[in-house]
Design a binder for this molecule. Structure first.
Ligand code: MD3
Ligand code: FE
Length: 222
Protein backbone atom coordinates (compact mmCIF):
# COMPACT_ATOMS: atom_id res chain seq x y z
CA UNK A 1 0.00 0.00 0.00
CA UNK A 2 0.98 3.60 -0.47
CA UNK A 3 4.55 4.01 -1.62
CA UNK A 4 4.72 1.71 -4.69
CA UNK A 5 6.03 3.61 -7.75
CA UNK A 6 4.11 3.64 -11.04
CA UNK A 7 5.20 0.46 -12.82
CA UNK A 8 3.84 -0.13 -16.30
CA UNK A 9 3.93 -3.71 -17.62
CA UNK A 10 5.87 -4.93 -20.69
CA UNK A 11 3.28 -3.27 -22.95
CA UNK A 12 3.49 0.05 -21.14
CA UNK A 13 0.14 -0.52 -19.42
CA UNK A 14 -0.58 0.67 -15.90
CA UNK A 15 -1.93 -2.00 -13.51
CA UNK A 16 -5.42 -0.51 -13.74
CA UNK A 17 -5.47 -1.27 -17.49
CA UNK A 18 -4.41 -4.90 -17.21
CA UNK A 19 -7.03 -7.37 -18.48
CA UNK A 20 -8.92 -9.59 -16.02
CA UNK A 21 -11.79 -12.05 -16.37
CA UNK A 22 -15.04 -12.33 -14.47
CA UNK A 23 -18.00 -14.72 -14.77
CA UNK A 24 -20.96 -12.36 -14.38
CA UNK A 25 -23.73 -14.95 -14.35
CA UNK A 26 -24.27 -18.38 -15.88
CA UNK A 27 -22.94 -18.32 -19.47
CA UNK A 28 -21.63 -14.73 -19.38
CA UNK A 29 -17.89 -14.07 -19.25
CA UNK A 30 -16.69 -10.47 -18.94
CA UNK A 31 -13.14 -9.95 -20.25
CA UNK A 32 -12.29 -6.56 -18.77
CA UNK A 33 -9.93 -4.36 -20.88
CA UNK A 34 -9.42 -7.26 -23.30
CA UNK A 35 -9.41 -5.11 -26.47
CA UNK A 36 -7.76 -2.04 -24.93
CA UNK A 37 -4.28 -2.73 -26.29
CA UNK A 38 -5.72 -2.75 -29.86
CA UNK A 39 -8.00 0.31 -29.58
CA UNK A 40 -6.35 2.32 -32.37
CA UNK A 41 -6.08 -0.64 -34.74
CA UNK A 42 -9.76 -1.42 -34.08
CA UNK A 43 -10.74 2.19 -34.84
CA UNK A 44 -8.84 2.01 -38.15
CA UNK A 45 -10.40 -1.35 -39.05
CA UNK A 46 -13.93 -0.05 -38.32
CA UNK A 47 -13.21 2.96 -40.52
CA UNK A 48 -12.09 0.73 -43.39
CA UNK A 49 -15.25 -1.41 -43.17
CA UNK A 50 -17.70 1.50 -43.01
CA UNK A 51 -15.90 3.23 -45.88
CA UNK A 52 -17.08 0.35 -48.09
CA UNK A 53 -20.39 -0.52 -46.38
CA UNK A 54 -21.51 2.71 -44.70
CA UNK A 55 -23.38 2.90 -41.41
CA UNK A 56 -27.11 3.29 -41.97
CA UNK A 57 -30.32 3.32 -39.93
CA UNK A 58 -32.20 0.15 -40.74
CA UNK A 59 -35.95 -0.20 -40.35
CA UNK A 60 -37.62 -2.84 -38.19
CA UNK A 61 -40.28 -5.18 -39.64
CA UNK A 62 -42.81 -2.99 -37.79
CA UNK A 63 -41.65 0.08 -39.70
CA UNK A 64 -39.56 1.82 -36.99
CA UNK A 65 -36.22 3.39 -37.91
CA UNK A 66 -33.54 2.11 -35.50
CA UNK A 67 -31.80 4.88 -33.52
CA UNK A 68 -28.59 2.85 -33.71
CA UNK A 69 -26.85 2.85 -37.10
CA UNK A 70 -25.32 -0.38 -38.36
CA UNK A 71 -23.03 -2.05 -40.85
CA UNK A 72 -21.48 -5.52 -41.11
CA UNK A 73 -18.49 -7.44 -42.32
CA UNK A 74 -17.86 -11.12 -42.93
CA UNK A 75 -19.72 -13.73 -44.99
CA UNK A 76 -23.13 -12.79 -43.58
CA UNK A 77 -24.55 -9.49 -42.38
CA UNK A 78 -27.57 -9.02 -40.13
CA UNK A 79 -30.26 -6.91 -41.77
CA UNK A 80 -33.80 -5.77 -41.06
CA UNK A 81 -36.44 -4.20 -43.29
CA UNK A 82 -40.17 -4.49 -43.91
CA UNK A 83 -39.67 -8.15 -44.80
CA UNK A 84 -38.15 -9.13 -41.42
CA UNK A 85 -34.90 -9.79 -39.56
CA UNK A 86 -32.38 -12.04 -41.32
CA UNK A 87 -28.81 -12.56 -42.49
CA UNK A 88 -27.77 -11.62 -46.01
CA UNK A 89 -24.60 -12.32 -48.04
CA UNK A 90 -24.96 -8.88 -49.63
CA UNK A 91 -25.18 -5.39 -48.28
CA UNK A 92 -28.60 -4.12 -49.46
CA UNK A 93 -27.19 -0.56 -49.63
CA UNK A 94 -24.32 -1.35 -52.02
CA UNK A 95 -25.72 -4.51 -53.63
CA UNK A 96 -22.30 -6.09 -53.10
CA UNK A 97 -20.82 -8.60 -50.68
CA UNK A 98 -20.08 -7.24 -47.21
CA UNK A 99 -16.43 -6.28 -46.65
CA UNK A 100 -14.19 -9.10 -45.50
CA UNK A 101 -13.83 -9.44 -41.74
CA UNK A 102 -10.56 -7.71 -40.76
CA UNK A 103 -7.99 -10.24 -39.46
CA UNK A 104 -7.76 -8.36 -36.14
CA UNK A 105 -11.54 -8.72 -35.61
CA UNK A 106 -11.36 -12.48 -36.18
CA UNK A 107 -8.29 -12.88 -33.95
CA UNK A 108 -9.80 -10.97 -31.04
CA UNK A 109 -13.19 -12.70 -31.30
CA UNK A 110 -11.65 -16.17 -31.44
CA UNK A 111 -9.14 -15.61 -28.65
CA UNK A 112 -11.86 -14.11 -26.42
CA UNK A 113 -14.17 -17.07 -27.08
CA UNK A 114 -11.29 -19.45 -26.38
CA UNK A 115 -10.60 -17.67 -23.09
CA UNK A 116 -14.24 -18.24 -22.13
CA UNK A 117 -14.20 -21.95 -22.99
CA UNK A 118 -15.24 -21.94 -26.67
CA UNK A 119 -12.12 -23.07 -28.58
CA UNK A 120 -14.05 -23.75 -31.82
CA UNK A 121 -15.79 -20.41 -32.33
CA UNK A 122 -15.73 -19.52 -36.03
CA UNK A 123 -17.77 -16.34 -36.59
CA UNK A 124 -19.03 -15.63 -40.12
CA UNK A 125 -20.61 -12.29 -39.19
CA UNK A 126 -19.62 -9.11 -37.39
CA UNK A 127 -22.33 -6.53 -36.82
CA UNK A 128 -21.09 -2.99 -36.21
CA UNK A 129 -23.50 -0.92 -34.11
CA UNK A 130 -22.89 2.79 -33.66
CA UNK A 131 -24.62 4.56 -30.77
CA UNK A 132 -24.72 8.34 -30.41
CA UNK A 133 -25.78 9.99 -27.13
CA UNK A 134 -29.51 9.43 -26.64
CA UNK A 135 -29.70 6.28 -28.78
CA UNK A 136 -30.69 2.90 -27.36
CA UNK A 137 -31.56 -0.68 -28.22
CA UNK A 138 -34.83 -1.98 -26.80
CA UNK A 139 -35.08 -5.38 -25.10
CA UNK A 140 -34.89 -8.20 -27.65
CA UNK A 141 -33.59 -11.73 -28.17
CA UNK A 142 -30.96 -12.78 -30.72
CA UNK A 143 -32.47 -15.82 -32.40
CA UNK A 144 -31.84 -15.36 -36.12
CA UNK A 145 -28.74 -17.59 -36.04
CA UNK A 146 -28.77 -21.24 -37.11
CA UNK A 147 -26.49 -22.69 -34.43
CA UNK A 148 -27.56 -21.42 -31.02
CA UNK A 149 -24.85 -23.60 -29.41
CA UNK A 150 -22.25 -21.10 -30.62
CA UNK A 151 -21.61 -18.14 -28.32
CA UNK A 152 -21.77 -14.45 -29.21
CA UNK A 153 -18.72 -12.26 -28.63
CA UNK A 154 -19.12 -8.50 -28.24
CA UNK A 155 -16.50 -5.75 -28.08
CA UNK A 156 -17.39 -2.32 -26.67
CA UNK A 157 -15.49 0.77 -27.83
CA UNK A 158 -15.84 4.48 -27.06
CA UNK A 159 -18.52 5.88 -24.76
CA UNK A 160 -19.75 3.60 -21.97
CA UNK A 161 -23.23 2.07 -21.97
CA UNK A 162 -25.55 0.36 -19.54
CA UNK A 163 -26.59 -3.08 -20.72
CA UNK A 164 -29.83 -4.66 -19.53
CA UNK A 165 -29.67 -8.42 -19.12
CA UNK A 166 -33.02 -10.08 -18.59
CA UNK A 167 -34.64 -13.50 -18.68
CA UNK A 168 -36.62 -15.71 -21.03
CA UNK A 169 -39.56 -13.27 -21.18
CA UNK A 170 -39.49 -9.58 -22.01
CA UNK A 171 -41.26 -8.81 -18.70
CA UNK A 172 -38.64 -10.65 -16.55
CA UNK A 173 -36.61 -8.43 -14.26
CA UNK A 174 -33.30 -7.21 -15.71
CA UNK A 175 -29.87 -6.67 -14.21
CA UNK A 176 -27.70 -3.78 -15.34
CA UNK A 177 -24.12 -4.33 -16.51
CA UNK A 178 -21.75 -1.47 -17.40
CA UNK A 179 -20.10 -1.95 -20.81
CA UNK A 180 -16.87 0.04 -20.85
CA UNK A 181 -14.42 0.93 -23.60
CA UNK A 182 -12.18 -2.05 -24.41
CA UNK A 183 -14.34 -4.62 -22.62
CA UNK A 184 -15.22 -7.89 -24.32
CA UNK A 185 -18.12 -10.20 -23.37
CA UNK A 186 -18.71 -13.81 -24.32
CA UNK A 187 -22.39 -14.78 -24.18
CA UNK A 188 -22.93 -18.52 -24.35
CA UNK A 189 -24.88 -21.42 -22.90
CA UNK A 190 -28.07 -20.47 -21.08
CA UNK A 191 -27.39 -16.72 -21.58
CA UNK A 192 -27.60 -17.04 -25.35
CA UNK A 193 -31.37 -16.58 -25.67
CA UNK A 194 -31.98 -14.11 -22.81
CA UNK A 195 -33.66 -10.77 -23.44
CA UNK A 196 -31.18 -7.89 -23.50
CA UNK A 197 -30.88 -4.25 -24.51
CA UNK A 198 -28.94 -1.00 -24.17
CA UNK A 199 -30.24 2.00 -22.18
CA UNK A 200 -30.08 5.47 -23.83
CA UNK A 201 -26.43 6.54 -24.08
CA UNK A 202 -25.28 9.45 -21.91
CA UNK A 203 -23.59 12.50 -23.45
CA UNK A 204 -19.81 12.42 -23.52
CA UNK A 205 -16.73 12.31 -25.69
CA UNK A 206 -14.10 9.60 -25.97
CA UNK A 207 -10.50 10.55 -26.94
CA UNK A 208 -10.42 8.10 -29.88
CA UNK A 209 -14.08 7.48 -30.76
CA UNK A 210 -15.55 10.93 -30.04
CA UNK A 211 -19.25 11.15 -29.13
CA UNK A 212 -19.89 7.55 -30.17
CA UNK A 213 -20.10 4.05 -28.85
CA UNK A 214 -19.21 1.26 -31.26
CA UNK A 215 -20.17 -2.29 -30.49
CA UNK A 216 -18.85 -5.19 -32.54
CA UNK A 217 -21.03 -8.31 -32.29
CA UNK A 218 -19.50 -11.54 -33.61
CA UNK A 219 -21.80 -14.40 -34.44
CA UNK A 220 -21.96 -17.69 -36.29
CA UNK A 221 -25.01 -16.99 -38.43
CA UNK A 222 -25.04 -20.05 -40.71
C1 MD3 B 1 -26.72 -11.37 -24.58
N1 MD3 B 1 -26.18 -5.41 -29.40
O1 MD3 B 1 -26.82 -6.21 -31.85
S1 MD3 B 1 -23.94 -6.61 -27.64
C2 MD3 B 1 -27.40 -6.78 -30.91
O2 MD3 B 1 -24.23 -3.27 -27.43
C3 MD3 B 1 -27.13 -6.32 -29.53
O3 MD3 B 1 -24.90 -3.17 -29.48
C4 MD3 B 1 -25.87 -4.79 -28.12
O4 MD3 B 1 -27.75 -6.76 -28.62
C5 MD3 B 1 -24.91 -3.66 -28.36
O5 MD3 B 1 -28.19 -7.71 -31.06
C6 MD3 B 1 -25.36 -5.74 -27.14
C7 MD3 B 1 -24.00 -7.86 -26.47
C8 MD3 B 1 -24.93 -8.99 -26.68
C9 MD3 B 1 -25.22 -9.45 -27.93
C10 MD3 B 1 -26.04 -10.56 -28.06
C11 MD3 B 1 -26.53 -11.21 -26.94
C12 MD3 B 1 -25.42 -9.61 -25.59
C13 MD3 B 1 -26.22 -10.73 -25.69
C14 MD3 B 1 -27.33 -12.37 -27.03
C15 MD3 B 1 -27.78 -13.00 -25.92
C16 MD3 B 1 -27.49 -12.50 -24.68
FE1 FE C 1 -28.88 -8.50 -29.28
Amino acid sequence: MGEAPYTPDLFGRADCMAPWNETVTEGVVHLHHYALAKERELAAAIKSVIHVSPLRHMVTPGGFRMSVSTSSCGQAGWITDGAGYRYSSRDPLTGKAWPEMPALFMQLAQSAANEAGYPDFLPDSCLINRYRPGTKMSLHQDKDERNLGQPIVSISLGLPAIFQFGGDERSDKTQRIALMHGDVFVWGGVSRLKYHGILPLKEGSHPIFGANRFNLTFRRAR
